[in-house]
Design a protein around this ligand. Structure first.
Ligand SMILES: [Zn+2]
Length: 638
């Protein structure tokens, strides 16, 4: 079942309205967003929309590209007033499609004047609709405010955007500034406004704008054409101090992507990085930019920098894999039609694999850190009992509800596992190609064919289906790639597919010491990780974050949300729990816990005697070291 504006009626209205509300490059919608109240979480917009008299439906973007969900933040749209020639025009919401409003344009009217506000009050989680402003910065996603006539594909609606910034703020965006500005301008005009060229609605929503008091712009890999910029805003000046090594790594990333993807599909590219604890932390890809939001101190704290090492490589890779090459089911051409996520294991899975590989090739992390990441990822997926009932394909098909799921028992439900399991599947593809061709060919050859199709182009979408992926793999080396992929997508085996690690010349081993990545996560969150031993994670004050189904903690009837208040009769600390697990190793004695669950206390005896366990990758001597080959830079600059 599908709940939206009834299809037949919608089609009829679309045909009717295309006559009434046709925007053109010469007669676009004009939108000015005033960010001067962004520090108090209010964005204001004024629009003019060219119209003709008669019935009109205006839309607010619902399905947000890259988020793969119908999560356009319509709940925070407020203060919507529509007038024509100074007279109020009443609107009524569609009974079924919450993202559509209907009105009648009066006779003699050629333009609607629209005012609306966006309440930027969401908490600091989620995606682009999450917290996006602070006292000193704001990230504007245009879909939060823009309304547009129904009945057109998003590349056939034209918009001329402008912003007004708080005094002293600078900005970064992939939008082209009206002449005589240049694409690298970062300062507004004397009236604090910036006017951009007319673009399609698709390009507007694909081009967020970041702005702030503390702003820096860095040129990356200056010898490369087209140009690449790193635009950073933060809550304090210290967070703009990127080291020479970090900047060199991002320049390497620009070079490495050109080498492996054999093309670029943008006029210039802006990494729009927000380093702030006041905003949601995520990355969102666009054709010519990415919205990358990291914790403050990321560029001055090596621990945080390591945890973000793959973020920019991931979002940048999406300019090829996701924006240019896009699964047909996600290339809807508008913001109304439901998206089909069934190929997200390519869109996100391959991107996740390449994001981490490129982090190593670009020297944003060491090869050893990459292997630690891979060990952590593979071991987490190997202890994931939900895989016995939900296959990998279903995590992609169900993406639109799994992104927002949470709260515990994640290992039993599974989540958007096509990201992390994509790492394993595509490593398996990479090492299988290398095995079949005796290391003459690799996934790099597939990427050159698949992402480099057509060479350099302007931003555009070239959709694909499952068979296109299989055909491109067969061009590299003939094999039963369809069977290979389907087996991994539909498997209900209890353990993760680790063949890529084995073929890469490594194996997973467990020791009593966390690897660098596991440790970085524990340090950043303050959590205790006993996942691969007793089967739980807990916060620094003993609150259980999750329990592994089938583990000793599960058998002792522990669950997420409970708090461990004591370990062997002493007040809980993570160190105490870790020591107790080690002390019980090889003995018969239970680990004594006192837990409180919704106000009720209970004494628990944990029957576990195998000691603390953390995953690592270990080289298997005498086997091909394909994993090491994969991480080698392809360019001299790295
Ligand atoms: Zn992604």
């Amino acid at each position: 079942m599908r709940f939206r504006f009834p299809a037949l009626l919608g089609a009829a209205l679309a045909a009717a309205f295309s006559l009434h509300a046709q925007t053109t490059p010469a007669n676009p919608i004009r939108i000015t967003v005033d960010l001067t109240d962004a520090p108090r979480k209010l964005l204001h917009a004024q629009m003019t929309i060219p119209v003709s008299p008669g019935p009109l439906t205006l839309l607010y973007a619902k399905w947000i590209p890259g988020e793969h969900m119908p999560d356009g933040p319509i709940d925070n749209l407020a203060g919507l007033f529509i007038t024509a020639n100074g007279q109020t025009v009443r609107w009524v919401r569609d009974d079924v499609n919450m993202y559509a409003i209907h009105l009648t344009v009066p006779e003699g009217v050629s333009q609607l004047d629209v005012k609306d506000d966006f309440l930027a009050t969401a908490p600091a989680n989620g995606f682009s609709a999450g917290a996006s402003t602070s006292a000193n910065l704001a990230v504007l996603s245009w879909n939060e405010l823009v309304l547009y006539p129904s009945g057109h594909q998003s590349d056939q609606v034209f918009v001329q955007p402008a912003v007004i910034l708080p005094t002293g703020w600078q900005y970064g965006t992939a939008l082209p500034r009206v002449a005589p500005g240049t694409e690298a301008d970062t300062k507004p005009g004397a009236d604090n406004s910036v006017h951009f060229d007319t673009v399609s609605l698709e390009q507007l929503i694909d081009s967020p704008l970041l702005s702030g008091k503390y702003f820096a712009q860095f040129d990356l890999a200056p010898e490369v054409t087209p140009k690449h910029y790193l635009d950073v805003v933060s809550d304090g000046p210290e967070d703009l101090n990127l080291s020479d090594d970090t900047l060199a790594g991002f320049s390497n990333l620009v070079r490495e992507t050109g080498a492996v993807y054999k093309s670029r599909h943008y006029g210039s590219y802006h990494f729009l990085v927000t380093a702030s604890d006041q905003v949601a932390h995520f990355g969102l890809e666009h054709h010519q930019s990415s919205d990358d939001r990291v914790p403050e101190k990321t560029f001055i704290d090596p621990n945080l920098l390591l945890l973000s090492a793959d973020l920019l490589p991931h979002e940048f890779t999406h300019s090829w894999n996701g924006k240019y090459r896009r699964p047909a089911g996600l290339a809807t051409g508008n913001y109304e039609d439901p998206m089909v996520g069934s190929l997200l294991w390519v869109y996100e899975g391959l991107t996740d694999y390449m994001g981490n590989v490129l982090a190593a090739r670009s020297k944003l992390e060491t090869d050893a850190q990459y292997r630690d990441y891979l060990a952590d990822t593979a071991a987490t997926l190997d202890y994931r009992p939900g895989r016995t009932w939900r296959d990998l394909q279903d995590t992609a098909t169900g993406a639109q509800f799994l992104y927002l799921a949470g709260g515990g028992w994640d290992n039993w439900r599974r989540s958007v596992d096509y990201y992390s399991e994509g790492d394993l599947v595509w490593l398996d593809v990479d090492t299988t190609i290398r095995r079949l061709t005796r290391d003459k060919k690799s996934l790099n050859d597939f990427l050159g064919i698949f992402e480099g199709l057509g060479g350099n182009t302007a931003p555009k979408v070239v959709p694909y289906h499952f068979d296109d992926v299989v055909n491109a793999l067969n061009q590299v080396v003939p094999y039963d790639w369809a069977g290979f992929l389907k087996e991994r997508l539909t498997s209900l085996a209890p353990h993760a597919p680790l063949e890529g690690i084995t073929q890469g010349g490594y194996k997973i081993v467990y020791t009593d010491q966390p690897n660098d990545i596991t440790l970085a996560h524990m340090n950043a969150s303050g959590s205790t990780n006993e996942w691969w031993s007793i089967g739980l994670n807990a916060t620094s004050d003993g609150h259980i974050e999750d329990v592994l189904v089938g583990s000793a903690a599960d058998k002792a009837k522990l669950g997420p949300g409970m708090q461990i208040v004591a370990v062997n009769n002493r007040q809980f600390t993570g160190t105490l729990l870790n020591d107790a697990i080690e002390a019980a190793k090889g003995t018969q004695a239970p680990i004594g816990l006192i837990v409180v669950n919704t106000g009720v206390y209970r004494v628990v005896g944990l029957d576990y005697h195998d000691g603390v366990r953390f995953p690592h990758l270990e080289r298997v001597d005498g086997t091909p070291d394909y994993l090491d080959e994969i991480l080698k830079p392809m360019t001299k600059g790295s």
